[in-house]
Design a protein around this ligand. Structure first.
Ligand SMILES: Cc1cc2nc3c(=O)[nH]c(=O)nc-3n(C[C@H](O)[C@H](O)[C@H](O)COP(=O)(O)OP(=O)(O)OC[C@H]3O[C@@H](n4cnc5c(N)ncnc54)[C@H](O)[C@@H]3O)c2cc1C
Length: 432
């Protein structure tokens, strides 16, 4: 049976989270709106505010809920997490306050799954305690969507691996304690068996930040959150290898399902916020012949947004339910569908909401610029929309066999001929 309701005990926690976010997290967003602020430990005042909030979240049992029980988390299940993450989705600081921010959430997942005891002690423990931040360093300037083109190399030298190469859009590389880096170790192997994951401390000799790339209109010289980095003979012991040699793709893949579904859950919150803003603006803004809400075009926009949100939420809930019922493998195309739909709905709805607010919407006094950036990012990060659409299409077509006939199975003349043959006796009987 498919049951998409949160359990009543968890609903109480979600209600608490909603009130807590409104009262205590939204002001943090207002005070420190920079997207990288939640990860920036040099903001002392922000850190003073953050710590007690994180303690409150811990006391509620809502800290770092993204991990399953098998990986050391509370194991509330993904359906319950939909209701929590949608509360956090419209905030900048929410995920850090609740200990489930990317890329640390995905990194904690692979550390829990593939890490040695020593790696768990040194990296996973502080990450889950909210004392450390991490980076997932995979994309390269010459190849992002197609990871088989990566060239960053790691070569064995005695017991050590020596890493050389460049990575790009390594989010938070300038703010983190360690990076999980994908490097080619077996260049002659089949494409998906060439790479291995390594954990590199941010202060490792030879690790260089070429520049702090930012997004959109962030000034070039500012502390952008997505650095371009270079590994210059960075030497790490074999004990820094995360997962098996040549298992880099498998490790990367295993962090994506959870990451994508949580992004989708948070996108629900983003869309709901846009819908709330649109509806409030429409009933508040007066034109010469009455409020904006009387215009049919506005009613259509609000109706279409609400319908799209309902459909999207059901898709997220179905994917979450599949995770909870151990159908994660079967859920792969729904996860790809979520990736495509999150970007699509966010891009359309944020644009509509911004437009409805007129000049105010385009100003820096409402949060639409940041939302537009988030919407654009949803279509790119973790694989662009086209790649996911292709993957869905390919998987669906695998379920079909080629038509044995010259014309298709649904060819009407052939169907008619077959139907006539099937009911020949009945058709031959004289009508009464
Ligand atoms: C805000 C943000 C944060 C990010 N954080 C990280 C991070 O922390 N770590 C990390 O490693 N990476 C990160 N990335 C990088 C992200 O994963 C890549 O942008 C993504 O994989 C796409 O790679 P690319 O940018 O090189 O695009 P390209 O590979 O150059 O693709 C560009 C475009 O070409 C088209 N395209 C590409 N391949 C196909 C195809 N097979 N079929 C049809 N069309 C195609 C698509 O339109 C695509 O958008 C981040 C990106 C953003 C925007």
């Amino acid at each position: 049976m498919i049951d998409f309701s949160p359990d009543p005990e968890f609903q109480k926690k979600v209600d608490w989270a909603r009130a807590f976010v409104k009262e205590k997290v939204e002001p943090l967003d207002a005070l420190f709106p920079d997207p990288t602020a939640p990860y920036d430990r040099s903001l002392k005042a922000a850190r003073r505010i953050l710590k007690p909030l994180q303690d409150e979240v811990r006391a509620q049992g809502l800290w770092a809920c993204h991990l399953d029980k098998s990986l050391g988390g509370p194991g509330y299940g993904q359906v319950n997490l939909v209701f929590l993450n949608e509360v956090l989705g419209a905030t900048n600081w929410g995920p850090v306050v609740f200990g489930c921010q990317g890329p640390d959430s995905g990194n904690s997942e692979i550390l829990a799954r593939f890490g040695t005891d020593e790696q768990k002690e040194r990296y996973l423990k502080p990450l889950l305690a909210g004392e450390a931040y991490s980076c997932f360093s995979m994309t390269e300037p010459r190849g992002g969507a197609d990871p088989t083109l990566f060239t960053c190399r790691a070569e064995l030298d005695g017991q050590d691996w020596v890493i050389n190469g460049e990575k790009w859009y390594s989010s938070h590389a300038n703010l983190c304690d360690f990076l999980i880096v994908m490097a080619v170790t077996d260049p002659e192997a089949p494409p998906y068996e060439r790479a291995t994951m390594f954990i590199v401390p941010a202060d490792a000799p030879g690790f260089e930040i070429i520049r702090d790339t930012g997004v959109f209109t962030e000034p070039l010289a500012a502390k952008g959150g997505h650095p371009y980095v270079r590994y210059n003979n960075v030497r790490v012991p074999d004990t820094a290898r995360l997962g098996p040699r040549a298992g880099g793709f498998m490790v990367a893949q295993s962090r994506l399902g959870g990451g994508r579904i949580h992004h989708a859950m948070r996108t629900i919150g983003l869309i709901q916020k846009c819908l709330d803003m649109m509806a409030r603006r429409a009933i508040s803004r007066e034109l010469r012949d009455g409020p904006l809400s009387r215009k049919q075009a506005v009613q259509f926009d609000i109706a279409e947004t609400w319908i799209a949100l309902k459909q999207f939420r059901l898709l997220v809930l179905e994917a979450a339910w599949m995770f909870d019922t151990e159908q994660e493998h079967e859920a792969r195309e729904i996860i790809s569908a979520l990736k495509v739909t999150s970007a699509d709905i966010a891009q359309k709805v944020v644009w509509k909401a911004m437009h409805l607010h007129g000049a105010l919407g385009a100003s820096n006094e409402l949060p639409f610029a940041h939302m537009l950036m988030t919407a654009a990012m949803l279509g790119l990060a973790d694989g662009p929309t086209e790649v996911h659409k292709s993957a869905i299409g390919r998987r669906i077509m695998k379920r079909y066999a080629p038509d044995p006939n010259l014309f298709t199975e649904d060819h009407l003349p052939s169907k008619l001929e077959a139907a006539r043959a099937y009911y020949a006796a009945e058709l031959a009987e004289p009508d009464q």
